[in-house]
Design a protein around this ligand. Structure first.
Ligand SMILES: *Cc1c(COP(=O)(O)O)cnc(C)c1O
Length: 372
């Protein structure tokens, strides 16, 4: 028996902003035999996952695949593949991940136009569209659908108006995909990225992405003197590996792709509408139970994510100490606050496999005995 770090950890209930506990089917997928990255069976598995991801993203986009790396690699793959140095990127910022989008765009050499909103409040989509009218030459407009730093859902359907402009619509669906409805084709999203360890119910290590035909044309048509600045995250090269002619690009992990395939299989067997309904009911149940324990809800009604709740701590409760006791004595992880909410609020995730009654019963029972 090993006694090193990690060896004594029994399974924790992961109710933070991700990772969440994977579906048992996804965990079983991790134990599948390793396949070579160009093995025909692995390439078939890739195609099957592409089909599942089209169903979950609600798109017919051919270029739909999991990128090796976590959600952040999906963000970078989209931005570096679509932006050339000196181009303008409009970014909505009302939380930590909007800030990160600005930073990644800046590092890709873009001029960043920020459309700021208060942390904990939704962005006004009209202000984003106004910024596009004021910067009609902007290459893309990027926004976070579900701000994991605050628990706020941004209204993004009106941004379908970008289809009538030359500005591409890039959407972060890392925390929304599999938790609340995402409609890539109906909303006219040109590029979306997600992550596997949040509402999709698999483990971290892959970032599903999808590109519209317009985004593909943009990527193919970029100037030859300024190739995509990352080799690893070049979506065109990834496409040539996953699809014909299956040109070697990197050694993708068949184990992670197997786990994702199994997790998405479970999700699609339940059905997207049923999965969304389950997240909604469980999130509302938690949110209606927290005020009686002295917690305040940060996100406004109507824009509150069911899968990620930011709750202000009751006065007198020590953030770090209480989270440590929750973890050590009850085996439950919740997330601390970010930015203006650091030390003030918790982020409680009910994502994927954890979006069920049992998670709430366990959490509330622990909180009652810790705080009561
Ligand atoms: C978690 C998250 C990311 C980053 O994903 P990683 O898997 O941590 O790299 C990006 N955007 C949002 C909205 C997130 O919640």
């Amino acid at each position: 028996m090993s006694t090193g770090p990690g060896s004594g950890v029994s399974e924790l209930l992961l109710l933070g902003p991700g990772p969440s506990n994977p579906y048992p089917e996804a965990s079983a997928g991790l134990a599948r035999p390793v396949l070579g990255h160009l093995d025909p069976e692995f390439l078939d598995l890739y195609q099957a996952v592409g089909d599942q991801l089209r169903a979950v993203f609600r798109t017919a986009n051919r270029l739909t695949l999991p990128v090796s790396g976590t959600g952040s690699s999906g963000m970078e793959a989209c931005l570096v593949s679509l932006l050339e140095p000196g181009e303008t990127a409009i970014v909505g910022v009302n939380g930590y991940f909007g800030e990160r989008l600005c930073e990644v765009a800046r590092r890709a050499g873009a001029e960043v136009v920020r459309v700021e909103g208060e942390w904990g409040r939704p962005l006004d989509p009209e202000r984003l569209l106004e910024a596009q009218r004021a910067n009609a030459g902007a290459r893309l407009l990027a926004v976070v659908h579900a701000e994991t730093s605050t628990g706020v859902r941004n209204e993004v359907a009106p941004l379908r108006a970008l289809q009538d402009t030359d500005t591409l619509f890039v959407l972060d669906t890392v925390t929304s995909l599999g938790g609340i409805p995402v409609e890539v084709d109906i909303w006219g999203v040109d590029a979306a990225y997600s992550a596997t360890q949040k509402c999709l119910g698999a483990v971290s290590g892959l970032a599903p992405i999808t590109f519209s035909d317009r985004a593909v044309a943009r990527m193919v048509g970029r100037s030859a003197e300024r190739p995509i600045c990352s080799f690893y995250l070049d979506v065109g090269l990834l496409e040539g590996y996953v699809y014909e002619p299956h040109r070697y690009h990197h050694t993708a992990s068949s184990v992670l792709v197997s786990a994702l395939h199994a997790g998405l299989g479970r999700l699609l067997d339940e059905g997207l509408p049923a999965v969304h309904d389950r997240h909604r009911r469980i999130g509302e149940l938690l949110q209606s139970s927290l005020p009686a324990l002295g917690f305040g809800l940060v996100a406004p009604d109507g824009h509150r994510l069911p899968q990620l709740t930011t709750a202000r701590l009751p006065s007198g409760v020590d953030d770090a100490k209480t989270r440590r006791r929750l973890r050590d004595e009850y085996g439950i992880e919740v997330g601390g606050g970010l930015g203006p909410f650091a030390g003030q609020a918790w982020r409680i995730g009910l994502m994927g496999h954890n979006a069920r009654q049992r998670s709430i019963a366990t959490l509330l029972g622990a909180l009652r005995s810790l705080l009561g």
